[in-house]
Ligand binder design. Structure first.
Ligand code: ASP
Length: 299
């Protein structure tokens, strides 16, 4: 069975001139995740490394490059989830509204490994991070020029507050029976401090589930409040476990989310047959996949 990973760089209204650059960033991240799978690493490690790479890329609304809230601060959400065909334990960990954290995916991973809780937010997540040697950045190291410019233009009213865009996520199948999902975001530009979106919430921003001989994972991006209402990643995973291909499941989950909420979003999916799929109802969603060593990308 082929190993596979697919990553996305956010569903939204991209400035078309940015698309090639964002596709490249996704390709680099998919390759970073694939390198883990290729050496026999776990799906969970592959999606963590892919998201880590995207958190470092200033093009994306995650880690360095995250959008600013209405106070001009960075607050990030991130999560991971894993399950397996032969070990259907649902492992998950996430963080929400963590100030100034460049790599919240690392904190989410510690939450998952620790296992006592599933989701830590704000100061509590920071304190947990400190205990594990994961510290926030100084604010002047965390505000990417593009994020600051966007914030200034939004405040001046010359740019409509854009609901969504540039969030990152990844799903993978490792050939050893495990599927993993990961997501990371600065959320929505101009959001209230303390706002947590779909990205760190299992069932909403990501999900992974196995059931008699099948396993699947998905991660969504777009208008968080709509994704949460529809439990969009759960919709996609359920569709795959019921026999849909990842592409079909992606399409069905976007359609259902839109019918239920009127929202805009996109999603990437993987199953334990090593197949990947993606769909969106936004103008763009840069993505890249490596299946059995072959790179593919789109937007
Ligand atoms: N879903 C993210 C959120 O609402 C935003 C995005 O995907 O761009 O926090």
């Amino acid at each position: 069975v082929p190993r596979a990973i697919i990553v996305h760089g956010g569903a939204g209204l991209y400035d078309a001139s940015r698309v090639p650059r964002c596709r490249e960033g996704c390709e680099a991240a998919a390759r970073a995740g694939w390198a883990v799978l290729e050496r026999g690493g776990a799906a969970l490690d592959a999606v963590e490394e892919a998201v880590y790479a995207l958190e470092d890329d200033p093009e994306f609304n995650a880690g360095y490059g995250a959008v600013l809230n209405r106070n001009g601060e960075v607050e990030v959400d991130a999560a991971l989830m894993e399950t397996g065909l032969t070990s259907p334990r649902l492992r998950a960990g996430g963080v929400g509204a963590v100030p100034w954290m460049r790599h919240p995916i690392r904190v989410a991973r510690r939450v998952l490994e620790d296992g006592a809780h599933l989701l830590l937010v704000g100061e509590g997540a920071l304190a947990f991070g400190h205990e594990h040697g994961l510290h926030p950045e100084r604010s002047d190291n965390m505000v990417a020029p593009r994020a600051r410019e966007r914030w200034i233009r939004e405040r001046a009213g010359s740019l409509p507050p854009s609901a969504t865009g540039d969030t990152v996520g990844a799903v993978a199948f490792d050939g050893a029976g495990f599927v993993g999902a990961a997501s990371s975001t600065g959320g929505i530009s101009g959001k209230r401090p303390g706002r947590v979106g779909d990205s760190p919430i299992p069932g909403a921003g990501l999900y992974a589930l196995a059931d008699v001989g099948r396993a699947a994972a998905a991660t969504a991006t777009g208008h968080g409040e709509s994704i949460l209402r529809a439990l969009m990643s759960k919709l996609a995973v359920d569709a795959m476990l019921a026999g849909a291909t990842p592409d079909e499941a992606a399409r069905v989950s976007v359609e259902r989310m839109a019918a239920l909420t009127g929202g805009t979003a996109g999603i990437v999916c993987v199953d334990a047959l090593g197949r990947v799929g993606q769909s969106r109802n936004t103008p763009f969603m840069p993505w890249a996949a490596v299946v059995d060593g072959h790179l593919e990308s789109g937007a």
